[in-house]
Design a protein around this ligand. Structure first.
Ligand SMILES: NC(=O)c1ccc[n+]([C@@H]2O[C@H](COP(=O)([O-])OP(=O)(O)OC[C@H]3O[C@@H](n4cnc5c(N)ncnc54)[C@H](OP(=O)(O)O)[C@@H]3O)[C@@H](O)[C@H]2O)c1
Length: 270
């Protein structure tokens, strides 16, 4: 793996998180090339990690075995046009939201394509990424990409591309659902007389602890909930009220709206 050359097109937040993770895991920084127009981004990548940075695509890219597309979706096609003349026949990994495999294939004139959908906790190495590959990508290549994407946190492979829209709806947009839920709990706590800081600490520690408990426990989520919900008790009062207010249905509808919008965006960016 350390002999491979990885080129990033776009050296912003996500690229920086991946470069940082690769270097931390012993990947040779001199084997990482980053094309990034923004000078302060280039300087920070070069000084923090010692990677090779360039303001625009050039012939150095010919050596790249893997090209990681980490530009905003709106500039993907333009970046592809500027970069393509310099590429040999690398494997491509795109993390640009809404850029489909078919858009990648026509812009990059390649079938060596993998599409990924990370989420924002990736920026601190606690992300969740969904991945899909064209059938021409080998298992060994997929394994290599899994290792690279592990720099952002956990990942799963899905069998069909339309499931990337489901990944977008669940984990891609998911952090914002959690933030909304947490904000509502904090506001409710404040209404009951807690300070903002107290309500925030109680809420975020509860989310963290409950998530960790769910991950470590052999019981499923419903069992875990039932264990703390005795009939006539406080949790029972809360859960029955939330269900009567149709909280589960609202979440299903919200996730579905994100799924439909992800599909639309894929078409708009095609
Ligand atoms: N951030 C997340 O949590 C997250 C989650 C899921 C998916 N993604 C996807 O990840 C991708 C990158 O996101 P990000 O947050 O890292 O964005 P970002 O910080 O804006 O980074 C993108 C970088 O690409 C540069 N760029 C623009 N045109 C270029 C070109 N032709 N060639 C090379 N570089 C070019 C931009 O420079 P200028 O600013 O000078 O234009 C910018 O520094 C996006 O497609 C996004 O959809 C991000």
């Amino acid at each position: 793996m350390n002999q491979q050359i990885i080129a990033f097109i776009g050296g912003g937040n996500m690229a920086k998180a991946m470069v940082g993770g690769l270097c931390k895991n012993g990947f040779n920084a001199q084997h990482i090339l980053v094309i990034e127009p923004n000078e302060s981004n280039r300087q920070s990548l070069a000084s923090e990690f010692g990677v090779q940075v360039f303001d625009k695509a050039n012939s150095v890219l010919q050596s790249a075995n893997l090209v990681i597309w980490a530009v905003k979706p709106q500039v993907f096609k333009e970046a592809a046009e500027l970069t393509l003349p310099y590429l040999a026949q690398p494997l491509h990994l795109s993390i640009a939201a809404g850029i489909t495999l078919s858009t990648m294939a026509s812009s990059l004139q390649s079938q060596q394509l993998i599409r990924a959908m990370p989420n924002t906790p990736a920026l601190i190495g606690l992300g969740m990424t969904g991945l899909v590959a064209l059938s021409s990508v080998t298992e060994a290549q997929k394994q290599w990409i899994s290792e690279i994407v592990a720099t952002l946190g956990q990942s799963i492979w899905v069998a069909q591309e339309n499931l990337i829209d489901a990944v977008t709806a669940v984990s891609g947009s998911g952090p914002a659902y959690v933030f909304l839920f947490a904000q509502s709990m904090i506001e409710a706590g404040e209404k009951l007389g807690l300070t903002a800081d107290q309500a925030k600490q109680l809420t975020l520690a509860t989310l963290q602890g409950a998530t960790e408990l769910a991950l470590r426990s052999t019981a499923n989520l419903q069992e875990l909930r039932q264990q703390v919900t005795s009939k006539g008790g406080t949790t029972y009062a809360a859960i029955t009220t939330m269900q009567a207010e149709k909280m589960p249905e609202a979440i299903h509808q919200g996730v579905n709206a994100a799924y439909l919008r992800a599909k639309e965006l894929g078409q708009e960016l095609a």
